[in-house]
Write a protein of this length. Structure first.
Length: 134
């Protein structure tokens, strides 16, 4: 469902370019604070170039999620994408039409985690009754 959700990045991997005119890309897998019909947190995919600058999509993700900018890094202090994993953030999800007429969920904006209130722990922290110690 379209909307704004608490989220976290669960994986970042190199991805072949989706367009031959583009450079190499990153696939960022984002887990939402929303469960699917099987009771599992929903995961949406976000693609961006590997370019790391203040104006690039990846640069904006880094700034919003962990508050860093490219100038915070250097050869002796390189950016480690693992620093982004499991950090609380929020995303705006919208639905776009595919060529075949179906819809897919896309991350259209990244937001600070404190902009999205949540009741209780996020979906990925909720445990089943079987996991509750007695």
């Amino acid at each position: 469902k379209a909307g704004t959700y608490r989220a976290r990045i669960i994986e970042i991997v190199d991805h072949p370019s989706l367009n031959e005119d583009w450079g190499p890309q990153l696939l960022i897998k984002v887990e939402l604070d929303q469960l699917d019909s099987n009771g599992e947190p929903i995961v949406v995919h976000y693609y961006c170039s590997q370019k790391f600058s203040p104006q690039s999509k990846f640069g904006k993700v880094v700034n919003i999620v962990i508050g860093k900018v490219p100038g915070d890094y250097s050869e002796s202090n390189p950016m480690n994408v693992d620093d982004l994993l499991n950090q609380p953030c929020a995303v705006l999800v919208e639905h776009v039409d595919r060529d075949d007429g179906s819809k897919r969920a896309v991350v259209s904006a990244w937001l600070s985690a404190d902009l999205v209130a949540g009741d209780g722990p996020p979906a990925w922290e909720k445990v089943s009754e079987d996991d509750v110690p007695f």
